[in-house]
Design a protein. Structure first.
Length: 202
């Protein structure tokens, strides 16, 4: 069977259209966080940071939190980390925080120099199977959750997504009205100060 140049062009156009239809959108503007009524409470945990301090997710109630499961050997994680450093710096004064949970088997021996090399400015914790199971098993890395000020999961991302997706979702959550109970929690924490206040990575 012979193909004319017109039929070849038509076939090529159809292939391009099919590929475009199957490709997931990476546009930040196209994504929306879950409606408040559809959000589930993020499981609390208690994990150690690089200084040996115990950190709980509930310490961050009243803030928008980007919770990121990652590892030093994970290529896509290395792409995301500079974005998260930027987000922490840009939005920390608006009630936003990044929490990184390392799933490295080598522990702090491999994670600590990596954090220093990357100049990570947000709190990093050492994860384990228990916390991974709380969040659905974390079958692949990176896996990230955006958590609203009431401590509920507003969105989840398995694998690498575009920077604009995160930017759009963070902005939506920061711009949302603050519930009265969250505002009261934040005031109590600020008044109490001290041990549970998030600290930047050094």
């Amino acid at each position: 069977m012979k193909f004319t140049s017109r039929s070849l062009r038509l076939a090529l156009a159809m292939l391009i259209l099919a590929a475009a239809a199957c490709s997931p959108t990476q546009s930040g503007a196209a994504r929306k966080v879950k409606q408040q009524g559809d959000r589930k409470l993020a499981p609390d945990f208690a994990l150690k940071d690089v200084n040996g301090a115990t950190v709980r997710l509930s310490d961050y109630r009243g803030k928008v939190v980007l919770l990121n499961f990652w590892a030093t050997w994970c290529g896509p994680c290395k792409i995301e980390i500079p974005w998260f450093i930027e987000f922490e710096q840009k939005h920390k004064d608006r009630g936003f925080a990044v929490l990184g949970i390392s799933m490295d088997d080598g522990g702090w021996e491999v994670v600590r120099p990596f954090l220093a090399r990357m100049k990570v400015n947000y709190r990093t914790l050492m994860g384990d199977e228990t916390v991974a199971e709380l969040y659905g098993g974390v079958a692949s890395l990176p896996t990230s959750f955006l958590i609203d000020r009431e401590g509920r999961i507003a969105s989840a991302h398995l694998g690498l997504v575009s920077k604009s997706v995160y930017e759009n979702e963070i902005e939506q959550l920061l711009a949302a009205p603050v519930a009265q109970d969250s505002a009261a929690d934040s005031a109590v924490r600020l008044a109490g100060g001290g041990a549970n206040q998030p600290g930047a990575q050094r």
